[in-house]
Write a protein that binds this ligand. Structure first.
Ligand SMILES: [Zn+2]
Length: 199
């Protein structure tokens, strides 16, 4: 079935009624440009992530979806896909990565730390303590995901002074944008020490 809403996803606009020829994919030039930029970012991710079959799609509500659009359980590896297949899929609005037991991949999720491109001091402090590793801006544009190598068997949510930090290493999926923050590299460094320090 053809899409009836703009594939850019976050605009929520209906597509213009198609005339002859191809059905449009985007409501506007602005959305077409934004979608191409997003796709480029989703293609330039660390190999430590793209080489693993841990990929899903995500819908507008940030729920994980298979490449066919069905609900994707973070506990069932048979419904996850390769990065290439997830990238090709038109289900939902973007990519997601499942943190799976035994991979040694972890993600530190810093909520509401970016305001108009300015990074909050508490978040800068955490980032400064990390070795150079892949850091992406979250879907909302207001958060950061610090990706790295660490063993986190039990995820945790730390709430302190109105600040929320989440740390995950398994049984969890992360909405991936690939929008690299500042000059970070496209590789995962060992972030074990920082993970251990956040309690
Ligand atoms: Zn649109």
């Amino acid at each position: 079935m053809a899409n009836t809403v703009c594939e850019q996803g976050s605009c929520g606009n209906a597509l213009p009624v198609a005339g002859r020829g191809r059905v449009p994919r985007f409501c506007s030039t602005r959305c077409r440009v934004a979608a191409h930029r997003a796709r480029r970012a989703e293609s330039a991710l660390p190999k430590e992530l793209t080489r693993r079959r841990r990929w899903v799609r995500r819908d507008v509500r940030k729920a994980p979806r298979t490449t066919d659009g069905a609900y994707a359980s973070v506990a069932d590896g048979s419904v996850w896909s390769t990065h290439a297949d997830a990238l090709r899929s038109r289900a939902g609005v973007g990519l997601g990565y499942v943190l799976a037991e035994g991979d040694g991949v972890a993600c530190i999720d810093l909520d509401h730390c970016l305001d108009g491109g300015q990074l909050a001091a508490w978040a800068r402090d955490i980032l400064d303590r990390c070795p150079a590793t892949f850091v992406e801006v979250s879907v909302s544009g207001a958060g950061l995901h610090i990706w790295g190598r660490a063993t986190v068997t039990r995820g945790r949510r730390i709430r302190r002074d109105g600040v929320v930090i989440e740390i995950y290493g398994q049984a969890r999926y992360i909405a991936v944008t690939g929008r690299r923050f500042e000059q970070c590299p496209a590789r995962l460094a060992d972030i074990s020490e920082v993970v251990a320090s956040l309690t």
